[in-house]
Write a protein that binds this ligand. Structure first.
Ligand code: 8DG
Length: 152
Protein backbone atom coordinates (compact mmCIF):
# COMPACT_ATOMS: atom_id res chain seq x y z
CA UNK A 1 0.00 0.00 0.00
CA UNK A 2 1.35 3.44 -0.89
CA UNK A 3 1.22 6.37 1.52
CA UNK A 4 -1.48 8.97 0.97
CA UNK A 5 -0.32 12.19 -0.69
CA UNK A 6 -0.93 15.39 1.25
CA UNK A 7 -2.26 17.98 -1.21
CA UNK A 8 -1.44 21.55 -0.13
CA UNK A 9 -2.92 24.79 -1.51
CA UNK A 10 -4.44 22.89 -4.44
CA UNK A 11 -1.23 21.05 -5.28
CA UNK A 12 0.03 20.83 -8.87
CA UNK A 13 -3.41 20.69 -10.50
CA UNK A 14 -1.84 19.37 -13.69
CA UNK A 15 -4.30 16.55 -14.19
CA UNK A 16 -2.65 13.78 -16.18
CA UNK A 17 0.76 15.48 -16.30
CA UNK A 18 3.31 13.48 -14.38
CA UNK A 19 5.51 15.68 -12.21
CA UNK A 20 8.92 14.62 -10.97
CA UNK A 21 9.06 13.53 -7.37
CA UNK A 22 11.69 15.64 -5.61
CA UNK A 23 13.44 13.87 -2.73
CA UNK A 24 14.14 16.00 0.34
CA UNK A 25 16.25 15.04 3.38
CA UNK A 26 14.95 16.52 6.63
CA UNK A 27 16.61 16.46 10.04
CA UNK A 28 14.67 16.29 13.29
CA UNK A 29 17.41 17.41 15.69
CA UNK A 30 16.59 16.46 19.28
CA UNK A 31 18.57 17.92 22.19
CA UNK A 32 19.29 16.39 25.60
CA UNK A 33 16.12 17.99 27.00
CA UNK A 34 14.02 16.34 24.27
CA UNK A 35 13.40 19.60 22.43
CA UNK A 36 13.20 19.81 18.63
CA UNK A 37 15.02 22.30 16.44
CA UNK A 38 12.74 24.27 14.14
CA UNK A 39 13.93 26.89 11.66
CA UNK A 40 12.19 29.39 9.43
CA UNK A 41 12.32 29.11 5.67
CA UNK A 42 14.83 31.63 4.36
CA UNK A 43 13.99 34.86 2.58
CA UNK A 44 13.30 34.34 -1.12
CA UNK A 45 12.19 30.71 -0.85
CA UNK A 46 8.62 29.48 -1.28
CA UNK A 47 6.71 29.66 2.00
CA UNK A 48 9.26 32.18 3.26
CA UNK A 49 9.12 32.56 7.03
CA UNK A 50 7.18 29.33 7.66
CA UNK A 51 8.64 27.03 10.31
CA UNK A 52 10.09 23.67 9.28
CA UNK A 53 12.76 21.17 10.24
CA UNK A 54 16.09 21.96 8.56
CA UNK A 55 17.07 20.08 5.41
CA UNK A 56 16.87 20.30 1.65
CA UNK A 57 16.77 18.54 -1.69
CA UNK A 58 19.01 15.64 -2.58
CA UNK A 59 21.60 16.50 -5.20
CA UNK A 60 22.50 14.13 -8.02
CA UNK A 61 24.21 10.99 -6.70
CA UNK A 62 23.45 11.67 -3.05
CA UNK A 63 21.49 9.43 -0.71
CA UNK A 64 19.32 10.86 2.07
CA UNK A 65 22.02 10.72 4.73
CA UNK A 66 24.63 12.38 2.51
CA UNK A 67 22.20 15.14 1.56
CA UNK A 68 21.23 15.70 5.18
CA UNK A 69 24.87 16.00 6.28
CA UNK A 70 25.59 18.52 3.51
CA UNK A 71 22.42 20.55 4.00
CA UNK A 72 22.78 20.87 7.76
CA UNK A 73 26.38 21.94 7.45
CA UNK A 74 25.52 24.47 4.74
CA UNK A 75 22.34 25.82 6.30
CA UNK A 76 22.82 25.69 10.06
CA UNK A 77 26.56 25.14 10.45
CA UNK A 78 26.62 21.81 12.32
CA UNK A 79 28.31 18.51 11.53
CA UNK A 80 25.85 15.79 12.40
CA UNK A 81 26.63 12.39 13.91
CA UNK A 82 24.48 9.29 13.54
CA UNK A 83 21.42 9.67 11.30
CA UNK A 84 18.33 7.61 12.17
CA UNK A 85 15.93 7.28 9.22
CA UNK A 86 12.47 7.70 10.72
CA UNK A 87 9.43 8.37 8.49
CA UNK A 88 8.63 9.56 4.98
CA UNK A 89 5.72 11.40 3.41
CA UNK A 90 4.71 12.80 0.05
CA UNK A 91 3.38 16.34 -0.34
CA UNK A 92 1.86 17.85 -3.47
CA UNK A 93 2.52 21.60 -3.39
CA UNK A 94 1.77 24.03 -6.24
CA UNK A 95 5.55 24.54 -6.63
CA UNK A 96 6.63 20.87 -6.45
CA UNK A 97 5.74 17.29 -5.61
CA UNK A 98 8.09 16.34 -2.79
CA UNK A 99 9.01 13.15 -0.97
CA UNK A 100 10.15 14.09 2.52
CA UNK A 101 12.57 11.74 4.25
CA UNK A 102 12.56 12.60 7.97
CA UNK A 103 15.54 11.47 10.01
CA UNK A 104 16.19 11.82 13.73
CA UNK A 105 19.54 13.22 14.80
CA UNK A 106 20.69 13.29 18.43
CA UNK A 107 24.37 14.12 17.98
CA UNK A 108 26.09 16.99 16.24
CA UNK A 109 29.20 19.12 16.58
CA UNK A 110 29.51 22.86 16.28
CA UNK A 111 27.34 25.81 17.23
CA UNK A 112 24.19 26.67 15.37
CA UNK A 113 24.79 29.34 12.72
CA UNK A 114 21.97 30.31 10.44
CA UNK A 115 23.75 30.79 7.12
CA UNK A 116 20.65 31.65 5.09
CA UNK A 117 19.00 34.29 7.26
CA UNK A 118 16.73 31.84 9.07
CA UNK A 119 15.51 32.08 12.64
CA UNK A 120 15.72 29.03 14.90
CA UNK A 121 13.96 27.83 18.01
CA UNK A 122 14.26 24.79 20.27
CA UNK A 123 10.69 23.69 20.82
CA UNK A 124 8.78 21.32 23.07
CA UNK A 125 5.35 19.99 22.13
CA UNK A 126 3.01 21.62 21.43
CA UNK A 127 5.25 24.02 19.52
CA UNK A 128 4.71 27.78 19.84
CA UNK A 129 6.01 28.53 16.33
CA UNK A 130 3.57 29.79 13.76
CA UNK A 131 2.96 29.33 10.89
CA UNK A 132 4.30 25.80 10.42
CA UNK A 133 4.91 24.59 6.85
CA UNK A 134 1.94 22.40 5.81
CA UNK A 135 4.18 19.41 5.02
CA UNK A 136 5.68 19.70 8.50
CA UNK A 137 2.44 19.84 10.49
CA UNK A 138 1.89 16.03 10.40
CA UNK A 139 5.41 15.49 11.72
CA UNK A 140 4.52 17.33 14.92
CA UNK A 141 1.54 15.01 15.32
CA UNK A 142 3.78 11.95 14.83
CA UNK A 143 6.16 13.25 17.48
CA UNK A 144 3.26 13.91 19.87
CA UNK A 145 1.94 10.37 19.29
CA UNK A 146 5.36 8.93 20.09
CA UNK A 147 5.67 11.07 23.21
CA UNK A 148 2.25 9.86 24.40
CA UNK A 149 3.32 6.23 24.03
CA UNK A 150 6.78 6.69 25.54
CA UNK A 151 6.81 9.87 27.64
CA UNK A 152 10.25 11.20 28.61
N1 8DG B 1 13.63 21.26 4.85
C1 8DG B 1 12.32 20.98 4.92
N2 8DG B 1 11.56 20.98 3.80
C2 8DG B 1 10.26 20.71 3.97
C3 8DG B 1 9.70 20.38 5.21
N3 8DG B 1 8.36 20.16 5.04
C4 8DG B 1 8.09 20.34 3.74
O1 8DG B 1 6.99 20.24 3.21
N4 8DG B 1 9.25 20.66 3.06
C5 8DG B 1 9.30 20.93 1.62
C6 8DG B 1 9.38 22.39 1.28
C7 8DG B 1 10.11 22.38 -0.06
O2 8DG B 1 9.15 22.15 -1.09
C8 8DG B 1 11.01 21.17 0.07
C9 8DG B 1 12.41 21.56 0.49
O3 8DG B 1 12.99 22.27 -0.55
P1 8DG B 1 13.95 23.52 -0.33
O4 8DG B 1 13.71 24.46 -1.45
O5 8DG B 1 13.84 24.05 1.04
O6 8DG B 1 15.34 22.77 -0.48
P2 8DG B 1 16.78 23.35 -0.71
O7 8DG B 1 17.27 23.96 0.57
O8 8DG B 1 17.59 22.23 -1.30
O9 8DG B 1 16.50 24.52 -1.75
P3 8DG B 1 17.34 25.18 -2.90
O10 8DG B 1 18.78 25.09 -2.47
O11 8DG B 1 17.01 24.39 -4.12
O12 8DG B 1 16.79 26.57 -2.93
O13 8DG B 1 10.45 20.33 1.05
C10 8DG B 1 10.52 20.38 6.37
O14 8DG B 1 10.09 20.15 7.52
N5 8DG B 1 11.82 20.70 6.16
Amino acid sequence: MTDPVLVVDGGGQQGATVRPLVDVAVGVLIDSAGRYLLTTRPPGKVYEGYWEFPGGKLESGEDVEQALRRELQEEIGVVIGKVQPWRASTVDYPHALVRLHFCKVYEWAGSLRMHEGQTFSWESLPVRCHPVLPGTVPVLAWLAEEAAVAPR
